[in-house]
Design a protein around this ligand. Structure first.
Ligand code: MN
Length: 253
């Protein structure tokens, strides 16, 4: 994920929970070996330091500072630690909003915390965010427009499942989209992905939550998603792989 790195990546996994695998250190080595530029997202700021430390010897892995919307109910107080650690990293995630039935009760508090996260990111500038937006794409976009200045912070919508109108609004705002294999299994979401601009596409696994026949995906498995995206756009896989790498480069500038 370092644009100055001597070894160039071949693949991109912009959203993976590396610390939830039993072999965290080995999977980092695997990312280096397979040249998968990987954003190791965290769900609480307490988890970031260890992730950052383990990733510091890696050419390919970077750790995102996160506070997951699904954990706000018990973990809202960790926002103070989030704000304290933020200056140490450019990468932020997993953050966002979740209005699904299991998390709707904490929605107001989620909004309050997300607004604080965005304001802190905006103040420091040049952050890159991976954002969760289950049943809340419009609300997420409202917050981005309200709390971020037009330039400085870059946003990647992870596992985006909003409407066409919400997608259009996100594209106009400048968002990127990280696409995983599970999204492409759903015909409705696949049709939406097909309409996203090629210059905004990234790939992700969201492992270990996303699985293939009960086996949690690993970052190198993004190769299959690149092939599927290539099929959707009727182009060779290698060309789609190039788009994704070029998009990562433009995101990191
Ligand atoms: Mn996730």
């Amino acid at each position: 994920m370092n644009p100055e790195a001597k070894v160039r990546p071949s693949w991109v996994d912009f959203h993976c929970h590396l610390d939830l695998y039993p072999d965290h250190a080995d999977i980092i080595e695997e990312c280096d070996r397979e040249k998968v530029a990987t954003l190791a997202v965290t769900t609480t700021p307490k988890a970031w330091q260890r992730n950052h430390q383990l990733a510091s010897g890696s050419q390919m892995v970077r750790a995102g500072l996160g506070l997951h919307p699904q954990l706000i109910c018990e973990r809202a107080s960790e926002i103070a630690l989030f704000e304290k650690l933020l200056e140490n990293t450019r990468y932020v995630g997993e953050v966002g909003l979740d209005a699904g039935p299991r998390h709707y009760r904490s929605f107001e508090e989620q909004e309050r915390i997300f607004a604080r996260i965005l304001r802190a990111c905006d103040e420091q500038g040049s952050k890159i965010l991976t954002i969760h937006s289950i049943r809340a794409a419009s609300k997420v976009l409202d917050h981005l427009e309200q709390h971020l200045s037009p330039t400085g912070v870059k946003c990647v919508l992870h596992w985006f499942t909003g409407t066409n109108a919400e997608a259009k609004r996100a594209i106009e705002y400048g968002c990127y989209f990280s696409i995983n294999s599970e999204m492409l299994r759903n015909p409705k979401h696949r049709a939406l992905v097909a309409k996203l601009p090629l210059d905004r596409l990234l790939t992700e696994t969201d492992g270990p939550f996303v699985k293939n026949n009960a086996r949690p995906l690993r970052p190198k498995d993004v190769q299959a998603t690149v092939t599927e995206l290539a099929d959707i756009h009727s182009m060779p896989s290698a060309q789609m792989a190039k788009y994704v790498l070029e998009n990562l480069r433009s995101l990191l500038i």
